[in-house]
Design a protein around this ligand. Structure first.
Ligand code: F6R
Length: 242
């Protein structure tokens, strides 16, 4: 695991965008794993600037989102299908038919999860997976105690995760209780992982993930086993590293 500490949150986004941009330049039909939430927004904004000025092209790039809520309609502004469309697909001018989000509305979620895994495999696997980290150490929505071998499946959101994400909704009651998420095994199959974290609120999770024992109590600690994982954090998120 490589850990890079930058002074500011903007620099975190810029460096991560640089790494993603290099993957796309070397492989125009690259497959990218897409995180939502606040952490990757600076990455997408940086990449969008390069698409707008014509120095980067996402036209043939495929995308697979990490997760989706269960129980809200696709058109809801906070569904990850909506967020991926407005924050990623449109600004990066990706082909929407090449971008998938787990189906949190499927009648048979187990089948939909198997289809999602199959679609990733059919695309040749994920070249680079963008990750944020929850304050409790989750990646995707793999909450503490998730199996390291897990694949895409339905999960219950931890109360702390629902509280953290309440800022995107009108009230805590509106935050879904369940989600569909790529598993830790799915994430670990990506050829490269780029995890970004900004702010003091992530400092404990980063310390546990990077320097703590590998434990399902901190799902992000599984990255210690990945051959090509880069953790890019600002000084506040790095403040509890030894
Ligand atoms: C979202 C996801 C989550 C977030 C994490 C941090 O697709 O995979 O693991 O990355 O909850 O969220 P933010 O970035 O909003 O602090």
């Amino acid at each position: 695991m490589e850990v890079v500490i930058k002074q500011t949150a903007d620099e975190v986004g810029a460096l991560a965008a640089e790494l993603i941009g290099r993957v796309v330049e070397s492989k125009p039909r690259a497959v990218i794993g897409l995180a939502t939430g606040s952490s990757p927004l600076a990455i997408y904004a940086d990449l969008a600037r390069r698409v707008a000025d014509g120095t980067l092209d996402f036209d043939g790039v495929r995308g697979f989102a990490l997760d989706e809520y269960v129980g809200i309609p696709e058109e809801h502004p906070q569904s990850y299908a909506s967020v991926i469309r407005t924050e990623v697909v449109e600004p990066l001018r990706m082909d929407p038919t090449l971008v998938r989000v787990p189906d949190g509305r499927a009648i048979d979620i187990e089948v939909a999860c198997r289809d999602y895994e199959q679609a990733i495999a059919d695309a040749g696997g994920i070249d680079v997976q963008i990750l944020g980290i929850g304050a409790n150490g989750h990646i995707g929505f793999n909450e503490p105690t998730s199996s390291f071998a897990s694949r895409t499946r339905i999960k219950t959101l931890a109360p702390t995760t629902r509280a953290d994400n309440a800022r995107f909704f009108d009230s805590l009651d509106e935050v879904p209780t369940h989600c569909v998420t790529q598993g830790l095994g799915t994430i670990m199959n990506a050829r490269r992982l780029v995890l970004v974290a900004q702010g003091a609120g992530k400092a404990d999770a980063i310390a546990a993930a990077v320097e703590g024992p590998v434990s399902s109590m901190c799902p992000a600690s599984v990255l210690q086993f990945h051959e090509h994982a880069t953790v890019i954090i600002d000084e506040a998120a790095a403040s509890k590293l030894r």
